[in-house]
Design a protein around this ligand. Sequence first.
Ligand SMILES: C[S@@+](CC[C@H](N)C(=O)[O-])C[C@H]1O[C@@H](n2cnc3c(N)ncnc32)[C@H](O)[C@@H]1O
Length: 186
Amino acid sequence: MTKQPERTFTCPWWLLFTFDNPLRRLVHDPLKILSPFVKPGDTVLDVGCGMGYFSLGLAKLVGEKGKVIAADLQPQMLAGLLKRAKTAGLESRIQPQLSQPDRIGVNEPVDFALAFWMVHEVRGRREFLKEVHGLVKPGGKFLIVEPVIHVSGADFEQTIALSREIGFKATVKPRVAASRSILFEK
Ligand SMILES: C[S@@+](CC[C@H](N)C(=O)[O-])C[C@H]1O[C@@H](n2cnc3c(N)ncnc32)[C@H](O)[C@@H]1O
């Protein structure tokens, strides 16, 4: 059985602005990164959503009939997300979820789940991946993207191995700047 790494650092809300700022769009275009995996009407999960940089892009992709469940541990992150969603006129498509460190807390099945630059922060990675697996519909997809600066190739392969053990099928490694990524299917 693959050993799971134990890390405890959680990106605080004030540190988020070091990378979640207008310049980020030059390297991480949410629509370009996510449009291959999401279609209008989908229900999707953005876990570890921070202030919603990707939740807003997802809300555009799912359209009026879709839904984005945006989950994070920190209330300040969800408050920032809701403010941005209101400004963008997308709040009706976004459902915030305050998570616990050991429980995402979502009960609804999803077509697609995104964990962008957050899995390395999760303590109890196996349980976390199991919870995501339980939420993704059969045939649904799960995209993990991790920052190269914090996650070694070996650490990332460990996450892939854990995800496989849980039942996800690894497919492609989409190219995302400054990141390691893997797309799973259930
Ligand atoms: C580095 S930030 C990335 C935010 C966002 N995905 C982005 O790319 O802009 C990681 C986020 O994951 C959240 N997080 C960490 N562990 C979590 C967990 N177990 N469940 C839900 N959110 C978590 C943190 O609170 C933080 O907002």
